[in-house]
Structures are given as structure tokens and as C-alpha cells.
Design a protein around this ligand. Sequence first.
Ligand code: SAH
Ligand code: SF4
Length: 440
Amino acid sequence: MENSKRVVTLVYGCQMSERDAETLTEITRQLGYSPSDDLETADLVIVNTCCVRESAENKILGKIGELKKLKERNKNVKIAITGCMVQQPGALERLQKRAPHVDIWAGTHNLHDFSALINRVEQGRKVAEVWQESKATLEVIPLAEKGKLHANVNIMYGCDNFCSYCIVPHVRGRERSRKPEEILQEIKSLVDSGCREITLLGQNVNSYGKEFSPAYDFADLLHQVDQIPFLLRIRFITSHPKDLSDKLIKTVAEGKNLCEHFHLPIQSGSNFILERMNRKYTREYYLSRVQEIREFIPNASITTDIIVGFPGESEEDFEQTLAMMKEAHYAQAFTFMYSKRSGTLAAKMEDQISLDVKKRRLQILMGVQNQESLEWRQHMIGEILEVLVEGPSKTNPERLTGRTRGNELVVFKGDFETIGSLVNVRIKEAGSWTLIGEVE
Ligand code: SAH
Ligand code: SF4
């Protein structure tokens, strides 16, 4: 493959963005490009973008600026900017003006058509294509990178929830579920190529299949995926609290390889703010869901997302979020400052919160969560936990690293021949981010 063309793919954002970037890389592989990390020798650079917060957009705009310099050094390199940022209503024209050095612009709905765009660019043209809607039929042929231990599998696309702060429904379109047979087929072929752990992806996996007749829901899908031979672990994200059913909790409790981890974003602990966010649950309902999980699965790990500084958030509202963190005992929380996204309802709300206040609240929140995460991990000291061995630790190559069923990262002394299999590790120490242990 020495003489083949090279593609470098850069990804920003969530696992769906990562999954899309994989599809793009696979499309280019079929066109004769081999994946590489080296920008200087690249023939094609793909940047798959995110627009969920302004900070992500700023980072990406910085990267697009750097790529202009790359193009000045190597005028043959082609640059493709794809995904959510390009899909935002009205964004394409603004971006094109700002970055005339880009060769391909593509939104989220036409990624599967990427080979046609590359062909046109290879003939010396520039292309920009953003479809207003997805063509569902094109989405049934996802191309996955084979041979990896872990893979992400889309089970649905889009989102119908329209949380008032969120741009996702505007750039990913309406919610649509893939057929169970197709999902099962994709997972089986991944397993045949060596994959042992999968994460099922959806913006709200708990509403999977709501349009199916006869009825077939996410719990049914999990149960079937759990029967696939040689698959060791099944994860899923994201669970919207409003649709988290008792049936799902019981399915995970009774499952074989279904990991006892729920990513259950609360966003705020205040009912007033939850209502303004259009989340469709109260803190009381949310806590009842947490209790239900803990009742059926006492050792379940629960993680969350929280936004501080949503328009109208008072000190009291914020205090309620802090109180919530202490009640829910999260293993981990992803915390964000509210970021105004044009086209969303919240962007038009009055009483936007100042950056100073947002920063202060974020600091306080992170302090509380670090303490909670540490306590959560300290509870595990002395326990023997099942770990899927991923490879050498990045910080200490003589040690191995892997994850528990609860998705906690463990660094441990062990045998390198166990990479790719499950081992039992006794936990010796705990930090806010990692566990340290030894194979039993
Ligand atoms: N579908 C998932 C979340 C997708 S976006 C869910 O409903 O939980 C991932 C996270 O980004 C959200 O949970 C939220 O915490 C955060 N987020 C989304 N829009 C945001 C905004 N405008 N400002 C700050 N954080 C935001
Ligand atoms: Fe955004 Fe809400 Fe949909 Fe999640 S459920 S993607 S936060 S609109």
C-alpha cells in the first residue's frame, strides 16, 4: 500500500459523529485511500464536525484555519468538512465564505454519498452538498471498520425531543429506527471480524422502535443482541429519563452480557429549569427512575450530563442541581456551560446568564462531582471486578488497561496475552478517574 493515496480523518463531538467518521473513512478506503495520522503526507483530510456547543465550533474553525496553511504548503491536498456544523440551517454559505480553501462540504444527510463527492473533487472541482432531509434507504448500509475489539452501532438516527437548548434535532433530522434484523446482522458480522464489545447508539435509545408494528422495543432488541455468540459485552447510550421503562431495567438486570451502566442525563435538578428545557420529567420522577435502577441492579453505574447557566437559572435552581448530584450518586458527570445555539428556543429566551456566573457554577459543580466520583470508586477497593482487557496502558505501557462492566477505567498488572478477553481484577486503589488493580 506504499503508493496508495492517504486519508486523515479528524473527528469532533459525540459517538455518532465518530461512527459517521468511520463510515467516511471506509468509503475512502474503498476508493483506494489508506488511513493515516500524518497531515503532511495526506492526499485527503476529512474533518467530521460537531455544533452542539460554541466551544466545539471554535475549535473546529481553528482547525480549518490550520488546514489553510497545510494547503499552502501542499496545494494537492483535498479538504473535506462534513457533518453537523455544515448541516446547520444557513451555515454553509457563511462557512464557504470563511474557508474558500475547502474542497468538499457535506451535511449529515448525504454522508453515504461521499464517494460521488470525492470523484467530482478528484476531477478538479469543488463541491458543496447539504440535503434538507435524509433518504432512509441510504442509511441501511453502514460501513464499519472491521477487526476492532469495540464498535459503535447505530440503532436509530435523529431526535424528536426538541429540548429547548439543543441543536441536534435541527441537524440530525427526525427520529428513525433501524430494523432489528439489520442491526443484528451488522453486529454478527462485526463479531466475526473480532469485535467483542459493542455500544448501541441513539439520541434516545429508550424510544427505539416506537413506530414498529407489531410492537418491538429497545428491551426486545437488547435481549436479542444478548444472544449473539462470542459477543462479550453490550453497552448503550443515551437513555432519556422520560422513556426509561421498568421492562428495560429488568432486561438489563436479567441479561447475560448487558452492562449495568445507564447514561441518564439529568441536565438540571430544578423543576423550573427542566420545564424550560422541555425535558418532560421532574426531579422527583428522575429520582424514582434512579431508585428503580438501584433496586433491581444494586451495583449499577449511573452517569449523567448537566448544563449550568441555562437562561433564567437562579442560585436556588443551581443549588438544586448540586443537591441532585449528592442524591443520585453518579459514577461520573459530563458538565457543560449552557451555550446559545441559534435556531433553538432557548436562544431567544430572556435572562441569559453571564459567562462569569456560568464559569463559577461549573467550577463548583465539578468540585462536587469529583468528590462523588472518588467516593464511588473508593467503594470498589477490595472488590473483584470483571474487566475486558483493551491493551497496554497509555500512561504506563508495562501495565494493562480495560473497563469494568460499569465502564470504569482500570489500570492493572496482568498478562498481555489476555488482551481481548475478560479477566477478574482485584481493585487496590481508586482515583477520581481510574481504578488500579491486579489480576486475581
Ligand atoms: N441525546 C442526548 C444528548 C446529546 S447532546 C440526551 O438527550 O441526553 C450531549 C449533551 O450535550 C447533552 O446531554 C447536554 O448536556 C449537552 N448540550 C446539548 N446542547 C447544549 C447546549 N446548547 N449548551 C450546553 N450543553 C449542551
Ligand atoms: Fe438534544 Fe434533547 Fe434530543 Fe438529547 S433528547 S439530542 S438533548 S433534543
